[in-house]
Design a protein around this ligand. Structure first.
Ligand SMILES: Nc1ncnc2c1ncn2[C@@H]1O[C@H](COP(=O)(O)OP(=O)(O)O)[C@@H](O)[C@H]1O
Ligand SMILES: [Mg+2]
Length: 510
C-alpha cells in the first residue's frame, strides 16, 4: 500500500510537471481532451510564467529534463518511435540533450576516494574539474602517479536510488496500463520496463562498461582505423571508470577535422564498417554511436567512447542480418522472406510469397533511389514494420541494432554527404559471409539461402538455444507469460502514467 501511494505520488508529480510544460497534450488538441485532463492542465498551469519553456517545440523535452535522469532515458527511448508518439514529438525528443549541471568537485573526489579506497593524492598527481556532465555520470581529466593523462568517469551521487525509485514507478504505471486498457495490454509495457531496468543495471555499474571496452578492444585489435581507450583497471570500480585520455578532435567538429587534413570520406567508411564488423562479425556492438561519443585521434584513428549501452547478437541473429542485407543488395525478396521463416521469426501460418511481395514493396522504392540516399537503417526500420504485420515476434536486440544503425549512418553522412552506405558496408558483409560459409557462388548454385544451408546441420541448435535463453530471461524479468518484448513499448508507460494522473484527479474532483 505504501508503495502504491509513493508510486502514485511520484507519477502524479511527473504528470504535473508534464502538464505544466504543456507536454501532456499538445495545445491544439486541448479542446478534444476529456474534462478531467483539461482540469488537470488548468490546475498545473496555475501561476505558470511563459518563460518555462524555451520555445514552442521543446515543451516535452524541457519537462523530461526537469523530471531527471530516468525520464531523460525514457525520452531517448521514445524518440525512436514516431509511429507511437507522433512524428512531431519524436522530433522534439531527438534534441533531448543528455547534459546536466556537474556535481561539485569535492563530491567527485570523495566518491573516487571511497570507491578506490585511497586518498586522491595516492592515485593522481592532478585531478581537474568536470569536463562533461550527463544524467548518469560526469567525466574529469586527471594525471596518474605514473604520469599518464586519463579520463575519470564518476557516477552521479545517489543515481542508483533515483533510478530504482523511478523504475518502480514506471513498472507500477505499466501494470496499471495493462490492467486498465486494451491498448495498454497489447503494447506490453511491463516487459518494456523490465528491459529498461535491465539495461540501466548495466549502465549503472561502470565495471561493466570497463569490461565492454576491454571486450571491444580485444575483438577489434586488428581492425583498420578504429580503437577504444585502454581501461585503467587499478583505478576503476563500480562507480568510477578510469581510461586513457584521448587527445583528439570531436567527431561533431567537422570543420576542424577537415582543417587538420583528415580524409573525411575514409572516416565515414570507417564509421560504417566498424559498426558492421562489430555487429556482424563479433555480435557485440556499441549501441550509442552518436557524434558525442566519437573522437578522431591525431593519427586519424576513430576512437569510440562511452560503452554504457551495448548490444549483443547471437550467431543466428548475425546470419539473419547478413542475409537480409545481402538479400536487399541483390533485390532477392523471396530469399529475405525465406530467411525469416527459416529463423522461426515469422510463423509458418503466414504465406512466404505474400511476405516476399510485401518486402518487394519496401525494397524497390528504396533500392531505386540514388545510392547516396539509401539508408540501411531506414530500410530495416521499414522491414520491421512489415514483419510485425506478418506476426514476427519483436526482437529487442535487432531493434537496438536498427536504431544504432540509423544513428551511425547519420554520423557517417555528416562526414560524407554523398556516402553510398551499401558500398561502404558490402565488403564487411561479404567478407563475413564468405568466411563463414564458403564462396558465395557455391551457395548460390546450391539455390538456397545461407540460413537454409545452415539449417542442414550447422548452427540450428545454437540458434534455438539462443531463442530459448532470451525468451526465458525476458519472461523472468517481466514475470508474465512468454513476452514479445520490444523497447518501443515503453511508450505505453507514459500513456499509463498520464491515465493514472487523470484518474487520480477525477477521484479528487468527485
Ligand atoms: N577517454 C576519454 N578521452 C577524452 N575525452 C573523454 C574520454 N572519455 C570521456 N571523454 C569526454 O567526456 C564526455 C562524456 O563521456 P562519456 O563516456 O560519453 O559519458 P556519458 O555517458 O556521460 O555520455 C565525452 O563526450 C568526451 O568529451
Ligand atoms: Mg557520451
Amino acid at each position: 500500500m505504501a508503495n502504491v501511494v509513493s508510486n502514485s505520488a511520484r507519477l502524479l508529480h511527473a504528470g504535473f510537471v508534464l502538464a505544466r510544460y504543456d507536454a501532456l497534450i499538445p495545445a491544439d488538441q486541448l479542446m478534444q481532451a476529456p474534462w478531467p485532463a483539461r482540469t488537470l492542465l488548468k490546475i498545473a498551469k496555475l501561476g505558470r510564467t511563459e518563460s518555462l519553456t524555451g520555445g514552442e517545440h521543446n515543451n516535452l523535452t524541457s519537462a523530461l529534463t526537469r523530471l531527471g535522469p530516468s525520464y531523460i532515458k525514457l525520452g531517448q527511448f521514445l524518440a525512436t518511435r514516431p509511429d507511437i508518439i507522433g512524428a512531431k514529438r519524436a522530433f522534439e525528443l531527438k534534441i533531448l540533450q543528455d547534459r546536466l549541471p556537474a556535481f561539485a568537485d569535492a563530491e567527485a573526489r570523495a566518491i573516487v576516494e571511497r570507491e578506490l579506497g585511497k586518498p586522491i593524492a595516492e592515485l593522481f598527481t592532478n585531478f581537474g574539474p568536470a569536463i562533461a556532465a550527463a544524467s548518469i555520470a560526469q567525466v574529469h581529466k586527471a594525471v596518474t602517479l605514473e604520469g599518464k593523462t586519463v579520463a575519470v568517469k564518476i557516477l552521479r551521487p545517489n543515481v542508483e536510488i533515483r533510478f530504482g525509485n523511478d523504475i518502480e514507478s514506471f513498472a507500477f504505471a505499466a501494470r496499471m496500463a495493462e490492467r486498465l486498457s486494451k491498448q495498454g495490454k497489447r503494447l506490453r509495457p511491463t516487459s518494456a520496463v523490465a528491459m529498461l531496468k535491465d539495461s540501466m543495471k548495466l549502465e549503472l555499474d561502470l565495471r561493466m562498461e570497463a569490461a565492454a571496452l576491454s571486450e571491444i578492444a580485444q575483438n577489434s585489435k586488428d581492425d583498420p582505423g578504429f580503437r577504444v581507450p585502454e581501461v585503467d583497471w587499478t583505478r576503476s570500480a563500480k562507480r568510477v571508470l578510469t581510461t586513457e585520455w584521448i587527445d583528439g578532435t570531436p567527431m561533431a567538429d567537422v570543420p576542424t577535422l577537415r582543417a587538420k587534413g583528415f580524409d573525411l570520406n575514409a572516416l565515414a567508411d570507417t564509421v560504417i564498417q566498424s559498426f558492421l564488423r562489430h555487429a556482424i562479425r563479433d555480435g557485440f556492438f556499441h549501441a550509442d554511436m552518436h557524434q558525442g561519443n566519437l573522437i578522431v585521434d591525431p593519427n586519424g584513428t576513430l576512437v569510440a567512447l562511452d560503452f554504457g549501452i551495448t548490444g549483443r547478437l547471437s550467431e543466428g541473429d548475425r546470419l539473419f542480418l547478413a542475409e537480409i542485407l545481402y538479400g536487399f543488395i541483390t533485390r532477392d525478396y523471396f530469399r529475405i522472406a525465406q530467411v525469416h521463416f527459416d529463423a522461426g521469426y515469422v510463423p509458418d501460418t503466414q504465406d512466404v510469397n505474400t511476405f516476399a511481395q510485401a518486402l518487394r514493396a519496401i525494397g524497390e522504392p528504396i533500392m531505386g533511389l540514388p545510392a547516396d540516399q539509401i539508408s540501411m537503417g531506414r530500410l530495416i526500420t521499414q522491414l520491421f514494420e512489415v514483419t510485425e504485420q506478418f506476426q514476427m515476434q519483436a526482437q529487442p536486440q535487432l531493434l537496438l541494432l536498427q536504431k544504432t544503425m540509423v544513428v551511425t549512418e547519420g554520423v557517417a553522412r555528416t562526414l560524407n554527404p554523398t556516402l553510398n552506405i551499401w558500398k561502404a558496408g558490402e565488403p564487411v558483409v561479404r567478407h563475413w559471409i564468405e568466411r563463414k560459409l564458403g564462396p558465395l557462388g557455391k551457395i548460390e548454385q546450391a539455390g538456397g539461402s545461407f540460413m537454409s544451408l545452415a539449417r542442414l546441420g550447422l548452427k540450428i541448435p545454437a540458434i534455438i538455444e539462443d531463442a530459448h535463453r532470451i525468451t526465458r530471461k525476458l519472461s523472468d524479468m517481466a514475470n508474465t507469460e512468454p513476452p514479445k518484448p520490444s523497447q518501443w513499448r515503453t511508450a505505453a508507460v507514459l500513456a499509463g502514467a498520464a491515465a493514472l494522473v487523470v484518474m487520480a484527479i477525477e477521484m479528487v474532483l468527485k
